[in-house]
Design a protein around this ligand. Structure first.
Ligand code: NAI
Length: 429
């Protein structure tokens, strides 16, 4: 296994970085009541004592609060990034300074360094994995299958990771249980919808310094993320066009009042293109050929394959940095097509990006933390066979209830009669 340096061996001014990272974490911590409650419980009960957790996540302030909570629960945690551009080095350095945490995450790594850092976390011989995109699970199954026997299970944060895991399970190739954290209501109805909507638009606005008002924004994919992006863009007075391949989602977008067009037609009229499909080759050569001068292209899906940058490079007679985080591709007829954050997920990879709002990640990471606890709960030790598992609904409700209490929101509960009525089949007209 390759030796890979921890973050603190890669920075010049480690002390200043740590201090800046600690400040960012403190701000996040103040706005994460769910993680505060989970951490207090973990500190008292030590449910993760003696465990080793490998994590590949976007290493920024909110993630750091999850990592700290897992360490406070008794685990030794080794963490790295899940995207070459999303790490905040200062947060990574601050995390590495916390007892029982080692951080290898560094911003702007090349592919070789990225995978070497993943291997470095695997060298800790994890008993649990926590992934965002499934790169850790893939690396362990492909290159270190001998470790699988010692792995209790894993948790997966995002849609693309869950898709990959389900494909792996369908091939009979997934050899330990993994929770589909992404698929819980507490994650995807908030993180994917509101988080991606708000943070992608905010990152784009900050990076380009352009207004949404009056723009024609083409949103590719009307899933959880696409719905959030479309709704928030419309809320900022943009004219929204949706592209889809799934008939019911196309219809849903139409009934929500958006224009629905094939990308080939949308390409000719859009000002901003934002992909949220989790698929590849969504914006390609034939589309670039129809676009106007000055369009902005960005991706909010997990991997940088939604916009075909090779084709764009082929078409370009020149490419240059138009602004920090924006690269212009100049066509031979003089049109400039501007790509933000190298086509990587824009809400995390642009230089000014901060990822989802803190409150949203408090929910997602609350679910992550209780899923890790669940994997180690001896009472349920045999409940989880290798494969992808839905998160037990009781865990998701537990996180919702903590959040409602923290927000001071009171809500009703079912009476016995109502519960009985809802569970019965013999009450007709
Ligand atoms: P989803 O499955 O709910 O939605 C994806 C939609 O894209 C589906 O409706 C699908 O029919 C559509 N689609 C697929 N191929 C298409 C194509 N060629 N053209 C147009 N539409 C197409 O998935 P969700 O939860 O919205 O996630 C989408 C992506 O965003 C995933 O890669 C996920 O991992 C990522 N994600 C990113 C976040 C971020 O912070 N930027 C946060 C959460 C998820």
């Amino acid at each position: 296994m390759t030796e890979y340096p921890r973050i603190t061996d890669q920075l010049d001014d480690v002390e200043s970085a740590r201090e800046a990272g600690r400040r960012k974490m403190e701000w996040a911590r103040q706005h994460m009541p769910i993680m505060a409650a989970v951490r207090a419980e973990f500190e008292a009960d030590q449910p993760l004592a003696g465990e080793r957790i490998a994590m590949a996540m976007h290493v920024e302030a909110k993630t750091a609060i999850l990592v700290e909570a897992l360490a406070a629960g008794g685990a030794e945690v080794a963490v790295t990034g899940c995207n070459p551009l999303s790490t905040h080095d200062d947060v990574s350095a601050a995390l590495d300074d916390v007892e029982n945490i080692t951080s290898y995450a560094k911003r702007e790594v090349d592919a070789e360094e990225y995978y070497a850092a993943i291997e470095a976390t695997i060298a800790h011989e994890p008993t649990i994995t926590v992934d965002d995109g499934m790169d850790l699970v893939a690396a362990i199954h492909e290159d270190y299958p001998e470790l699988i026997e010692g792995i209790v299970g894993g948790c997966e944060e995002t849609t693309t990771g869950v898709h990959r895991l389900r494909a792996m399970a369908a091939d009979g190739a997934l050899d330990y249980p993994v929770f589909a954290v992404n698929d819980t209501p507490m994650k995807r109805l908030f993180d994917n919808v509101h988080g991606t909507g708000e943070s992608s638009l905010a990152s784009l606005a900050m990076t380009t310094n352009l207004s949404w008002a009056g723009k024609t924004v083409v949103v590719a994919g009307f899933g959880y993320c696409g719905k959030g992006v479309a709704r928030k863009a419309a809320g900022q007075n943009a004219n929204v066009i949706v592209t889809e391949v799934e008939p019911r989602r196309a219809l849903e977008a139409h009934m929500e009042g958006y224009d629905v067009l094939p990308m080939a037609e949308a390409a000719a009229v859009g000002d901003v293109f934002l992909t949220t499909t989790g698929n590849r080759d969504v914006v390609v050569r034939e589309h670039f050929e129809r676009m106007d001068d000055g369009v902005v292209l960005a991706n909010a899906g997990h991997f940088d394959v939604e916009i075909d940058l090779d084709a764009l490079d082929d078409l370009a007679v020149d490419r240059y940095e138009a602004r920090d985080g924006v690269e212009a591709f100049e066509m031979d007829d003089g049109r400039r097509l501007n790509v933000v954050a190298e086509g990587r997920l824009v809400n995390l990879a642009a230089p000014v990006s901060l990822g989802h709002p803190v409150e949203v990640m408090d929910q997602s990471f609350g679910v992550q933390a209780v899923c890790v606890r669940e994997l180690l709960d001896r009472e349920h030790a045999d409940a989880y066979e290798p494969g992808v598992h839905d998160v037990p609904d009781a865990l998701d409700r537990e996180i919702a209830e903590i959040k409602l209490e923290a927000e001071g929101v009171d809500f009703d509960s079912l009476s016995e009669t109502q519960r009985e009525y809802m569970d019965s089949w013999d009450h007709g007209t």
